[in-house]
Design a protein around this ligand. Structure first.
Ligand code: FAD
Length: 279
C-alpha cells in the first residue's frame, strides 16, 4: 500500500534529553518509510536554529526532512539565507505558514500571510522546493467566513503551493465537506488530512481550544470518564483515530500526516492498524 501518502510531524525539543528521544522516535517511525518528516517552526524565529539543526540531522540520516517556515519578525535576508542553507543541504520541500506569534512579541514582529510567503519563495527560489501549506476543515479561528478561508487557501495554491495539510479534526464529514467545497472553488490540489493521535485528555483539550479544533462531545465525555487511567485513554484513542483514518482513506483522502508530538508508539500502532508496511 505504498501509494498512500504518509508523513510525520515533529517539534524541535528544547533539551538534550528531548533531542535523544526525538532521535529514537525518528528511527522508529522511519521503518514505515514516510514520504517526509516535517519539523515545526516557532513564528518569530524562536526555534530557528533548533528547527534547522533537526531538519539537517534527519536529512543527513537518509530520510527526507521538510522544515516548516514562517516570516515572523525575520528580515527578507534572514529568510533567504535560511532557505539557501536548506537548498544547499538537499532539502526540497518546505511547509510555508503564516504562523502565530508567541505571546510577548506583539509589536516587535509582523505576521506575513502564507500566500505572501509562498509567492516570496517562488520569486527567489523558483521551483527548487515543493511547497505545502496549512488548511482548516473546521475553518481557521481568525477567518472572516467559511468561504473566505477557502478563498485564501486558493490564493496560497495559486501563488505556487503544491499541496495542503489540514489542521486535525475528529469528524470525517468536516473533511469531506471541506474538500468538496474546495473543489467547487476550483481547488484540485491534494488536501492531506492531519491526524492528531489521542493519548492525553488535558493536552488535547488545551491544543484544541487554542487552534479551534473540535473534540466531539461523545469523545470528550468518554475521555473525561477515564480520568487518570492512561491505558484506557490510549486504547480508546487508538480505536477512535484508527476508525477516523480508515474512513478518510476509504473516502478518497490521499494519505495521512501524523502530528506525532515526538512520540512514536501511538503513531506506529496506528500505521500498523492501517496496513502501512514496516521494514
Ligand atoms: P494563513 O494562510 O496566512 O491564514 C491566516 C488567517 O488569515 C486565516 O484566517 C485566513 O483565512 C486569513 N488570510 C489568509 N491570507 C490572507 C490575506 N492575504 N489577507 C487577509 N487574510 C488572509 N504554527 C506555527 O507557529 N509553527 C508551525 O510550524 C506550524 N505548523 C503547522 C502545520 C500545519 C499542517 C497546520 C495546519 C498548522 C500549523 N501551524 C503552525 C499553525 C498555523 O501557523 C496557524 O494556524 C496560523 O494561525 C495560520 O497559519 P496559516 O499559514 O494557515 O495562515
Amino acid at each position: 500500500m505504498t501509494d498512500r501518502h504518509l508523513s510525520f510531524e515533529f517539534f524541535p525539543p528544547k533539551t538534550p534529553e528531548g533531542r535523544d528521544k526525538l532521535r529514537a522516535t525518528h528511527q522508529h517511525l522511519a521503518r514505515f518509510q514516510p514520504e517526509f518528516f516535517s519539523v515545526t517552526y516557532g513564528a518569530g524565529g524562536s526555534t530557528r536554529d533548533h528547527t534547522r539543526d533537526i531538519v539537517l540531522e534527519i536529512q543527513q540520516s537518509g530520510s527526507s526532512a521538510s522544515p516548516h517556515l514562517s516570516f515572523g519578525g525575520d528580515s527578507k535576508e534572514a529568510v533567504i539565507a535560511l532557505l539557501e542553507s536548506y537548498r544547499d543541504a538537499g532539502i526540497r520541500r518546505i511547509v510555508a505558514l503564516r504562523g502565530d506569534l508567541p505571546s510577548g512579541m506583539g509589536g516587535m514582529a509582523q505576521l506575513v500571510y502564507a500566500n505572501q510567503l509562498v509567492g516570496f519563495i517562488r520569486e527567489h527560489f523558483g521551483d527548487t522546493f515543493e511547497l505545502l501549506v496549512a488548511c482548516y476543515p473546521e475553518i481557521h479561528p481568525q477567518a472572516e467566513s467559511y468561504d473566505r478561508d477557502i478563498y485564501w487557501l486558493g490564493q496560497k495554491l495559486q501563488a505556487g503551493a503544491n499541496r495542503a495539510i489540514t489542521q486535525y479534526f475528529y469528524n470525517p464529514d468536516a473533511y469531506f465537506y471541506y474538500v468538496e467545497q474546495c473543489q467547487k472553488a476550483g481547488i484540485d490540489q491534494p488536501i492531506i488530512p492531519g491526524i492528531m493521535p489521542i493519548t492525553n485528555f488535558q493536552n488535547l483539550v488545551r491544543f484544541s481550544d487554542s487552534c479551534g479544533a473540535d473534540i466531539p462531545r461523545w469523545i470528550r465525555q468518554r475521555l473525561k470518564q477515564f480520568g487518570d487511567d492512561s491505558a484506557s485513554i490510549k486504547a480508546f484513542g487508538l480505536e477512535v483515530v484508527t476508525g477516523l483514518c480508515e474512513k478518510l482513506l476509504a473516502g478518497g483522502a490521499p494519505g495521512l500526516h501524523f502530528y506525532t508530538m515526538n512520540q512514536a508508539e501511538t503513531c506506529a500502532a496506528l500505521c500498523r492498524n492501517l496496513g502501512f508496511v514496516e521494514s
